[in-house]
Design a protein around this ligand. Structure first.
Ligand SMILES: [Zn+2]
Length: 248
């Protein structure tokens, strides 16, 4: 599908200036990296994609299900430091031209959404809690209620995240995914495996997004240390990739 009005990306760890465990394109302010380097990396990304680094919005992600509708009034929130990020927000949506929505990841699932008729865009941070709470459905509901979005007109992309190859979980997490069935959660030895990509895909379909309009990148962040930061693989001292989407 050719959508020249739509700018979007999932980043890798390549192409930035951060060092050590944050090498090189760390985009998260809250992980212990030098703030000036994070800002420089944010500027590199903005220049590469063609948006103004000051006209971005980011939320303080809490594995909740709040999806905020934002406009140019919120431009700059979370852009130059974590203090100004929108409080307790794991999803962002807008219809504004030139306002880039950012969310940050190191194993959690980034989901991008766009209504190709209304030209409304969204980014969603879906960890296991957000995925189990169907935050992507919540995003579509907020977009529909506030911005006249119709799920059937939406395209979606599910980005790099920890895959079922590496996402071994205990019973309490597995139990949260039982409603999705055996394509999403299955037993391996005395542990469980969960496919967060598939859970989000199924939730999008159930919410009305046509399956042929959903792209699943199917790249595991934990399996690819050369490409991605991974919380499960590297622990707390690692960087953050971004999912970004905006109207040109
Ligand atoms: Zn893997």
């Amino acid at each position: 599908m050719d959508l020249p009005w739509l700018g979007h990306a999932f980043t890798t760890r390549l192409g930035g200036i951060s060092e050590g465990p944050f090498a090189t394109l760390n985009l998260g302010y809250t992980v212990g990296d030098v703030p000036e380097r994070v800002l420089a990396n944010r500027r590199l990304l903005a220049a590469a994609l063609g948006y103004d680094p000051a006209r971005t919005v980011a939320g303080r992600q809490v594995h909740g299900e709040k999806v905020a509708v934002v406009t140019m009034r919120e431009a700059g929130a979370g852009a130059f430091g974590p203090e100004t990020a929108l409080d307790a927000t794991d999803g962002l949506t807008t219809g504004e031209v030139g306002l880039a929505l950012l969310a940050f990841f190191a194993d959690c699932v980034p989901v991008l959404l766009a209504d190709t008729v209304k030209r409304v865009v969204a980014v969603v941070h879906a960890g296991w809690r957000g995925t189990a709470r169907e935050i992507v459905r919540r995003a579509l509901e907020v977009m529909a209620a506030n911005l006249q979005v119709v799920p059937a007109r939406c395209v979606a992309a599910i980005g790099p995240a920890i895959g079922p190859c590496c996402y071994e979980v205990d019973e309490p997490v597995a139990a949260a995914f039982r409603p999705w069935g055996e394509k999403v959660v299955w037993r391996r030895g005395n542990k469980w495996r969960v496919d967060l990509w598939e859970a989000n895909r199924q939730t999008l379909i159930a919410a009305g997004v046509p399956p042929e309009r959903i792209a699943v990148i199917r790249l595991c962040t934990c399996c690819h240390p050369e490409l991605f930061f991974s919380y499960r693989r590297d622990g707390v001292k690692t960087g953050r990739m971004a999912g970004v989407i905006f109207r040109r």
